[in-house]
Design a protein. Structure first.
Ligand code: ASN
Ligand code: ZN
Ligand code: CA
Length: 329
């Protein structure tokens, strides 16, 4: 689904060979997508860094030892996320104003994180363990950029239940971006960070079909869920999204086998991820507020499903059933 009118070639670490916006010749500046630029922090931890420029229009070599490689991944991730917002959500950039954020790579030394920052309107990526696994995979880029989208819409407060919903929104949209790209090795999955080897043993950072597989996340809502770290209280909402998209039980998608349980032992049939993310986005941008928790997210998504597909539609009923299946009634 990803196309570029530009001619730059990116040899990424995680997404194979891709096309990049590189105008004027040659810099990492995507003029077709709000002028999104990618900068080199070169180990620094502040400031904007230096815009990536090049004498040829080939960027990176697929290896983290080449410092353009992480830049190619980050630049590509921002472009696909931009296209996903535009073509799937009908949104012109993070704020809906056609203006791009920017990306910074090579933050610090062996820094194992990536983050969005409202104050710079930018995304930042560390180089990961041993500086060999930069945090620039497509799902992570989509996750970070979607923190900007959440800030521009519901602005879910980053603590308690609203914080879990903020995190889940980034996982839901980051995952949706990965499926949308369907490019080369990015076939799409319901795992977060499966390519960055953040645990050193090949396992992903998070699992949407059964979030507790990470050892920390909750599968279901309970009164105590809001006391968890936001990256674990996101679990029930990620699980909701998986169940709404794909249904319960065992399912193999693009070679990955999932097994998604339900709180009430109900059997669910999914409505497909495209309808699911359209419902989530409409809820986020129309009905959720900074203090929305799980109960409010249920109401918001039911209102969104009603707007999009009709109250009492199969989609509306599937939303209600998926919330019940994670113990939100
Ligand atoms: N990578 C993390 C995230 O986007 C950074 C953080 O904890 N805010 O959630
Ligand atoms: Zn996050
Ligand atoms: Ca993934």
């Amino acid at each position: 689904a990803y196309e570029s009118i530009e001619t730059g070639v990116g040899n990424t670490e995680y997404s194979g060979q891709v096309t990049l916006g590189t105008a004027p010749s040659y810099s990492l500046n995507d003029t077709a997508r709000g002028g999104h630029k990618t900068y080199d922090l070169a180990g620094g931890t502040s400031g904007t860094g230096t815009l990536f420029t090049n004498s040829t229009d080939v960027w990176g070599n697929g290896l983290a030892t080449n410092r353009e490689t992480a830049a190619a991944d980050a630049h590509y991730g921002a472009a696909v996320t931009w296209d996903f917002y535009k073509n799937e959500l009908g949104r012109n950039g993070i704020r809906g104003d056609g203006v791009a954020a920017y990306s910074r790579v090579h933050y610090g030394n062996a820094y194992v994180n990536a983050f969005w920052d409202d104050s710079c309107f930018c995304m930042t990526y560390g180089d990961g363990t041993g500086n060999t696994h930069p945090l620039t995979s497509l799902d992570v880029a989509g996750h970070e950029m979607s923190h900007g989208l959440t800030s521009s819409t519901a602005n879910l407060r980053y603590s308690g239940e609203s914080g879990g919903l903020n995190e889940a929104t980034s996982d839901i949209l980051g995952t949706s971006v990965e499926f949308y790209a369907a490019n080369g090795s990015d076939v799409g999955d319901y795992l977060i960070g499966e390519k960055i080897d953040i645990n050193g043993n090949g396992t992903p950072l998070r699992y949407m079909d059964k979030p507790s597989k990470d050892g920390k996340s909750a599968d279901y809502w309970s009164k105590s869920v809001g006391r968890l770290n936001v990256h674990y209280s996101s679990g029930p909402a990620n699980h909701f999204f998986y169940l709404l998209s794909e249904g319960s039980g065992t399912k193999t998608i693009n070679g990955v086998t999932y097994n998604s349980p339900t709180y009430d032992s109900s059997t669910l049939t999914g409505i497909g991820r495209q309808k699911a993310y359209k419902i989530w986005y409409k809820a986020l941008s129309t009905y959720m507020t900074s203090s929305t928790g799980y109960s409010g997210a249920r109401t918001a998504t039911l209102s969104a499903a009603s707007d999009l597909y009709g109250s009492g539609s199969a989609e509306y009923n599937a939303v209600a059933a998926a919330w019940k299946a994670i113990n939100v009634k």
